[in-house]
Design a protein around this ligand. Structure first.
Ligand SMILES: NC(=O)c1ccc[n+]([C@@H]2O[C@H](COP(=O)([O-])OP(=O)(O)OC[C@H]3O[C@@H](n4cnc5c(N)ncnc54)[C@H](O)[C@@H]3O)[C@@H](O)[C@H]2O)c1
Length: 331
């Protein structure tokens, strides 16, 4: 589908760090035509418009009116309000992660998309990593996952929260790993044991959690946005294999036991391709839905964004109950 007639008309709402990449990748896609962009901070919109030659719209509605589909890449606390507004205009939505900042909001967004037969995709970009297909197929063999996602505190900016700190680090960063783990475990959660503390923001900045699954699998996950070290590592221990992914270094390794010993295979982790693949998958789902009149699901549909959010919120509740029980107060 490369003819001009078949191009999906898209817009991007919120063109900060991630939204700029959405707009750039739509522009590069032969399957999309960028109608324009909108940002509540006009200078942000203008900067991206000057870089890529996009038209700037004065409101989300004015932009969405002319689009078939919209990417929403505003801070998480605004996902619900803008998402509902755009869905009610009957436009397909690619929502950055987390789907929303509360479960009630996310349920409403999923219901609205469902009712209208619209594509609702969620930006859990690491699902597009090729190693995930392998891990999903082998889910019954996964015994233990160890995930680390560490970065330094984002810089202050006038009049706004530092990037991502509107919400707990569980919703901002750990949710990527939660989505991956839920996808590859495919089992009910039996127990959550979490610890977390706010350090520089008003919500948890560092969190460590251990999750036990009903089928016996377990995961240890750490996320911190107050680290002097940068790290994004994800390691999976299976009955007969060890899979290690280092997103920071863009390298991955599968070590498998076989009859003669151990076999090593390198895997490549190109995040740039992952976001482009996510965008192409969204465009495919929109095109198929439009052509057939039957909803075609994206790789990460709203229900799965909701599933990851529910676990994230259970972890936050677990942390806060623990802190309350011991009278821990953070100022
Ligand atoms: N998938 C990923 O790997 C990934 C990585 C980082 C961020 N994100 C997600 O992307 C979203 C944006 O994060 P970011 O890092 O780009 O943040 P950012 O602060 O760089 O960009 C957010 C932009 O939204 C604009 N904005 C704020 N309120 C708005 C509103 N009501 N209407 C229109 N524009 C508005 C801001 O002016 C800013 O330009 C968040 O949901 C975040 O969780 C995803």
């Amino acid at each position: 589908m490369s003819s001009e007639n078949h191009k999906i008309k898209v817009g991007v709402i919120g063109v900060g760090v991630l939204g700029r990449h959405h707009a750039r990748l739509y522009k590069a896609s032969e399957n999309a035509e960028v109608v324009g962009i909108y940002d509540v901070v006009p200078e942000n919109a203008q900067r991206v418009a000057d870089e890529f030659g996009f038209k700037v719209f004065s409101s989300p509605e004015a932009l969405a009116e002319q689009c078939d589909a919209v990417s929403i890449a505003v801070p998480a606390t605004m996902h619900h309000a803008i998402g509902m507004q755009i869905l009610k205009m009957n436009k397909h939505v690619l929502m950055e992660k987390p789907l929303c900042s509360t479960v009630a909001e996310a349920e409403e967004v999923v219901k609205e998309a469902d009712k209208r037969g619209l594509v609702l995709a969620v930006g859990h970009v690491e699902r597009f990593n090729p190693a995930m297909d392998f891990l999903e197929k082998q889910r019954s063999k996964t015994r233990f996952v160890e995930a680390h996602r560490l970065c330094s505190y984002p810089p202050a900016r006038p009049g706004q929260h530092p990037r991502g700190t509107e919400v707990s680090v569980v919703l901002d960063m750990m949710i990527h790993d939660l989505d991956l783990i839920l996808t590859m475990m495919g089992s009910e959660i039996e127990r959550i044991d979490a610890i977390g503390i706010p350090i520089l923001s008003k919500t948890e900045d560092i969190v460590s959690v251990r999750i036990k699954f009903a089928h016996g699998g377990a995961a240890n996950i750490t996320a911190s946005r107050v680290s002097s070290e940068q790290m994004r590592r994800f390691r999976v221990f299976q009955d007969d294999a060890y899979i290690s992914m280092d997103y920071g270094k863009h390298t991955g390794m599968v070590i498998k036991k076989n009859r003669i010993g151990l076999a090593n295979k390198e895997i490549s982790l190109n995040e740039k391709n992952a976001l482009a693949d996510e965008i192409e998958d969204f465009l495919r789902a929109v095109r198929e839905t439009t052509e057939t009149g039957v909803l075609s699901l994206p790789k990460v549909p709203g229900e799965q964004g909701l599933r990851a959010l529910k676990l994230a919120v259970d972890i936050i509740d677990n942390i806060r109950e623990y802190n309350d029980r011991y009278g821990f107060k953070f100022t």
